[in-house]
Design a protein around this ligand. Structure first.
Ligand SMILES: Nc1nc(=O)c2c([nH]1)NC[C@@H]1CN(c3ccc(C(=O)N[C@@H](CCC(=O)O)C(=O)O)cc3)C=[N+]21
Length: 283
């Protein structure tokens, strides 16, 4: 028996169709969703992501701007630009591509983004809203994970979800969203002694650690849903996840591939947040 594959790309495409329709009706009301993506320095991987985000905007009929700044841009200059976009009514989402060059303090930059335009969901107030369960702009990758589960009929309610990894952008928020969906949640990390044993108890296993192919067959309960958030570039240039796909595919009930799993959902949830932010300006 082999796992059912969760085709994130397909699910992502169908969500984009929905968003396109909603964006169209918002435009009829006089508001065109607008996103600005700001990138500092010329990291080739980052440039690919930024281009994909701009492409998604174009596909959905959004307005978008891409600002490419040199690597030696000062923090003051970047802060000034964010202030400018905070006050720009054509822009409903501001994304500053991370990581930033070392001389710029990430926290200072994220804090400067207007909460209502924080489409990454990284601002401390967005994080607080998520924790409380208020209607927040949700962080894109964790939100994408929840959508993948729901849209494949794998509703988290009543399930034991085990999250491996505790980062601010994946592990912690995805655990909180799973909790809001009424899962029982266990968070494991590098200092968890019995990590394999805990992983094997999961009905839903979400992995985001940045260690290529860490999760093997013996980590997975037969029939479990395995969501791989890892995107690691190998020496041969190929992408691979934090889950050893070929090893786990025979035991899992469901599994996300890398690429084509969680990745495309991240950009789609960014589009959803931008639309949500734009819609809120009507009220
Ligand atoms: N402020 C900020 N927000 C981000 O959301 C953010 C960021 N900074 N910095 C970089 C990471 C990375 N990221 C990805 C988005 C989509 C794919 C994606 O679509 N991946 C495809 C493959 C793409 C390829 O072939 O390279 C897939 O997994 O199928 C990957 C990675 C967003 N990030």
């Amino acid at each position: 028996m082999s796992a059912q594959i969760i085709y994130g790309k397909q699910i992502s495409d169908s969500i984009r169709e929905e968003l396109k329709v909603e964006a169209e009706s918002l435009k009829q009301k006089g508001v065109t969703p607008g996103l600005v993506v700001i990138i500092v320095g010329a990291d080739p991987a980052s440039q690919v992501y930024v281009r994909n985000k701009a492409k998604a905007c174009e596909q959905l009929g959004y307005y978008s701007e891409v600002v490419e700044l040199p690597a030696d841009t000062t923090q003051e200059r970047l802060l000034g630009l964010i202030q400018q976009y905070n006050g720009n009514n054509a822009i409903h989402g501001i994304l500053v591509q991370l990581p930033l060059p070392k001389h710029i303090e990430e926290k200072t930059i994220i804090d400067a983004i207007a909460v209502e335009k924080d489409v990454d969901g990284f601002h401390p107030q967005s994080v607080g809203n998520l924790m409380i369960g208020d209607d927040a702009l949700l962080p894109c990758t964790p939100h994408g994970v929840i959508e993948l589960l729901k849209r494949t009929g794998n509703h988290p309610a009543g399930k034991h979800a085990v999250v491996i990894g505790r980062s601010n952008i994946v592990g912690k928020p995805v655990a909180m969203l799973l909790l809001h969906e009424n899962a029982t949640v266990t968070i494991c990390h590098s200092r968890t002694p019995n990590i394999v044993e805990l992983a094997r108890q999961a009905d839903i296993l979400v992995v985001g650690v940045g260690v290529p192919k860490m999760v093997k067959q013996d980590w997975v309960k037969p029939g479990a849903v395995v969501i791989d958030v890892g995107i690691n570039r190998m020496d041969n240039g190929k992408l691979c996840g934090d889950v050893d796909y070929d090893d786990v595919v025979d035991v899992a009930g469901w599994i996300t591939p890398v690429p084509g799993g969680v990745g495309p959902m991240t950009i789609t949830m960014l589009m959803a947040n931008t639309l949500k932010s734009a819609t809120r300006t009507l009220r």
